[in-house]
Design a protein around this ligand. Sequence first.
Ligand SMILES: NC(=O)C1=CN([C@@H]2O[C@H](COP(=O)(O)OP(=O)(O)OC[C@H]3O[C@@H](n4cnc5c(N)ncnc54)[C@H](O)[C@@H]3O)[C@@H](O)[C@H]2O)C=CC1
Ligand SMILES: O=C(O)[C@@H]1CCC=N1
Length: 275
Amino acid sequence: MVGGGRIGEALIAGLRKSGTEPSDIVVIEAVESRAAELAKKYCILSTSLDIGCEGADVIVVAVKPGDVPAVVDRIGDAISDSVHESIVVSLAAGVPTSVLENKLSAGSPVVRVMPNTAMLVGQGVSAACKGRYARDEHLEQVVRIMESVGAVVVVEESKMDAVTAVSGSGPAYFFLLAEAMVDSAVEQGLPRDVALRLAAGTAMGAGAMLTAGGDGPADLRAAVCSPGGTTAAAIRRLEAGGFRSAVADAVEASATRSMELARAAQKAEDDERDD
Ligand SMILES: NC(=O)C1=CN([C@@H]2O[C@H](COP(=O)(O)OP(=O)(O)OC[C@H]3O[C@@H](n4cnc5c(N)ncnc54)[C@H](O)[C@@H]3O)[C@@H](O)[C@H]2O)C=CC1
Ligand SMILES: O=C(O)[C@@H]1CCC=N1
């Protein structure tokens, strides 16, 4: 795991919870105190890029998009002489697989994954796609790893911006909704801890109903709206307040930002090649 920030930790935590042996995970994190913290918390080894990458079956890149080219360049140097084939997996928003492939030895297998933070509790949902040189068995190996921390869908790389906008960024939309519900509940006289339990339990139950495979969201919502009742009154205000279009705008803004990150990563690489 290269990069032990928020998503790096979520994956490590999820893997440990799902029974992955501590000796099968190595963390490479630039901030020494953070590396030590992760090593202690998850009983895993913390090391450097040069030592940690060689011989790894899977190298997960979990640094910020702008840091990916430099980090993968160093990974490429570290593994270029190795006879062992490593799959390089990028979790970074926006960054195309081609940017990683161009930093690695010719023909290196790269898989791009857009995970989400709920991996931390084994309830993530990820999308994965193959780079140009990755074979089906490489993708399958990565899918198996991600399945140990949640659900996985396989998509074309061209769909990754949309995926990022829905499930990568998505937990934050639900957290914002929960935050607003809790604050409003406190305004209505509930103690904050009770309000949080109610909002979180509601999110959990609604999520379970959505994933049960029966009715879709529109039918489920309609079933809560008793004629002339409380929910219909609330939904009318949400619609009047532009809830649906605010969500559509938010998802579009996230996808657009993902495309901008892709262009920035591509440009950085083009500039470097020209120098
Ligand atoms: N936070 C989230 O929920 C999600 C994040 N992602 C992606 O994951 C990546 C990381 O995001 P976060 O964890 O939120 O960021 P973060 O800033 O919390 O973590 C990045 C970590 O990488 C470390 N780092 C930077 N350069 C390094 C180097 N050369 N060697 C080793 N470590 C280095 C930093 O010290 C930091 O701890 C991003 O590319 C983001 O697009 C994807 C899906 C969800
Ligand atoms: O906000 C971000 O850029 C990352 C990618 C998806 C979730 N967090």
